[in-house]
Design a protein around this ligand. Structure first.
Ligand SMILES: [Fe+2]
Length: 197
């Protein structure tokens, strides 16, 4: 199923793994309907589109004035749908590289940091609860951060927003949850990109 998304991209886009317009972002998100990050039982129970929409909505509820953060939540897992993620690269970095040209450096940084934020929380928050899929992937991602890594993470200007994204990410796996769709997010996405010009 994942490869059906990869094949959606033109051959040039597959090689570049870079999205060049808002329409590219929206088309790839739409193509994630029914696509899962990994086969069961390791994968999450909602598809990549539902997961991104839920994540964006959780962030809108918690941080209503930060549209860039909402959009980072919307696109944070697009790396799972790009073939570079199947070559051993971290899916957060793959997604960040894909969206940077359209959504700018801050959103790309937040997207890239959603995996390190998980490693930070796994090491520092005893109450941090992960889904079975996230527990399984944590070991591959480097397990919890050591103290030096934690200190370095906290120096990043996006650290607190990345942690908010990570918490939203972990909440955004509810089967059947009704949240605004791409039709609602499309004008918000265009509005945000206009502010970057
Ligand atoms: Fe996610």
């Amino acid at each position: 199923m994942i490869w059906s998304v990869v094949s959606y991209l033109s051959s040039g886009a597959r090689e570049r793994q870079v999205l060049r317009s808002v329409d590219d972002v929206l088309e790839l998100l739409a193509a994630c309907d029914g696509v899962f990050d990994a086969p069961p039982p390791e994968g999450d129970p909602v598809d990549l589109l539902a997961h991104g929409l839920q994540c964006a909505e959780v962030l809108r509820e918690c941080c209503p004035d930060d549209l860039g953060l909402h959009l980072a939540g919307l696109v944070h897992d697009l790396g799972h749908a790009l073939s570079a993620a199947h070559t051993g690269r971290d899916h957060g970095e793959v997604a960040a590289d894909a969206v940077r040209q359209v959504l700018g450096q801050r959103v790309a940084r937040l997207v890239a940091l959603h995996v390190p934020a998980k490693r930070y929380l796994a090491a520092t928050d005893q109450s941090y609860g992960l889904s079975p899929a996230s527990v399984a992937s944590l070991a591959r991602q480097g397990a919890g951060m050591d103290e030096a890594e934690q200190a370095a993470f906290l120096t990043l200007p996006e650290a607190q927003d990345a942690l908010a994204l990570r918490h939203a990410d972990d909440e955004a796996k509810v089967v059947g949850r009704q949240v605004p769709g791409l039709d609602v997010w499309a004008p918000r996405l265009r509005l945000y990109v206009d502010t970057l010009q």
